[in-house]
Design a protein around this ligand. Structure first.
Ligand code: Q9C
Ligand code: ZN
Length: 320
């Protein structure tokens, strides 16, 4: 499998998030990426490629031009080491800006697009190690540690070449991604996540949301209970995969979050480390060229192991 990553994420270093005006430590830290890289190296996943720089056009198909300009200009004016809570283009207070946020987010998009291009060149599997994550970023809003929607931008790129399904397995519903494709029939969005009536992002992710206009029937939200073990989780996943199979995509994008892990500090179902291999085996059974995009997962101690366990079945398939 092809792996894409850049070190530019290091310049995105918020120190705190605001919850009802009270600051607490920022969980979406660069140590997450260090843990994943260490895991990939230990398990000989091979060369990690630096993506090329892609033009803004790709981003502008998902995000408004005023939003992108705002992020670029606002970050440029921030002193290194400082953090700003913007008042505009936000959907919550979980995406502060630092001087490197715009550049880091651009490079995360580049990693996602390079993964998509690898798939278009005939690679069966690519993993884009994106940071910051993306699935909560809306058309013109940051939110939930996200600025640009890496998976949506990559899926949109793939959609010029075939039918695309997005499978979102982060603990949280990917509201930004759902919104991006809600009225489209050529991209199918399926998400498995914790109940949005009591979990972030609250405003989206209900089972009643099934798509609109041309997109009717092309959106599927599957809510899993907070104490779901791998048995309940796989049952939900099987439903998701059956629908994806009916849709018959040419390409699969997996928004891969690992905050479903039992010991995740902000999410947490009852999934153990080994369960990610079983989850991946079910997804690999689709035998559809797959772009895996990194989303959440906040246990910096074990995140490397979780990602490696998940990637292993894809790796076996792609090097067969
Ligand atoms: N007081 C992703 O996993 N809210 N984003 C947490 C803590 C923010 C998660 C509440 C959760 C955002 C990409
Ligand atoms: Zn999440």
């Amino acid at each position: 499998m092809r792996i894409f990553y850049t070190a530019d994420h290091c310049d995105h270093q918020p120190k705190s998030e605001q919850y009802d005006g009270i600051a607490s430590p920022y969980p979406e830290v660069s140590a997450r990426v260090d843990a994943i890289l260490a895991g990939l190296q230990q398990h000989n996943f091979g060369t990690i490629h630096t993506p090329r720089k892609y033009p803004l056009e790709h981003i502008h198909q998902i995000h408004s031009q005023p939003y992108v300009s705002f992020l670029r200009r606002r970050c440029r004016d921030i002193t290194r080491g400082e953090q700003v809570q913007p008042s505009y283009f936000i959907s919550d207070t979980y995406a502060p800006l630092t001087s490197g946020t715009y550049h880091a987010s651009r490079r995360a998009v580049d990693a996602a697009l390079a993964g998509a291009d690898a798939i278009l060149r005939g690679e069966q599997v690519a993993y884009s190690l994106c940071r910051p994550p993306g699935h909560h970023a809306g058309h013109q809003s940051t939110g939930g540690y996200c600025y640009f929607n890496n998976a949506a931008i990559a899926a949109n790129h793939l959609s010029s070449h075939g039918r695309v399904a997005i499978l979102d397995i982060d603990f949280h519903h990917g509201n930004g991604t759902q919104d991006a494709f809600y009225t489209r029939a050529d991209v199918f969005y399926v998400s498995l996540h914790a109940d949005p009536s009591i979990n972030y992002p609250y405003i989206r992710g209900f089972a009643t949301e099934t798509g609109e206009a041309d997109g009717v029937g092309c959106n599927l939200n599957i809510v899993v209970s907070k104490n779901a073990t791998v048995t309940e989780y796989i049952a939900g996943l099987e439903k998701a995969l059956a629908k994806i199979q009916d849709f018959a995509p040419d390409y699969l994008v997996v928004s891969a979050g690992f905050d479903t892990f039992i010991d995740d500090p902000i999410g947490g179902l009852r999934l153990n480390a080994d369960d990610y291999t079983e989850i991946a085996e079910h997804i690999v059974a689709l035998r559809t060229p797959s772009l895996i995009v990194q989303e959440g997962g906040y246990n910096t101690e074990l995140l490397g192991e979780l990602v490696v366990n998940f990637l292993q079945p894809f790796n076996r398939w792609s090097s067969r």
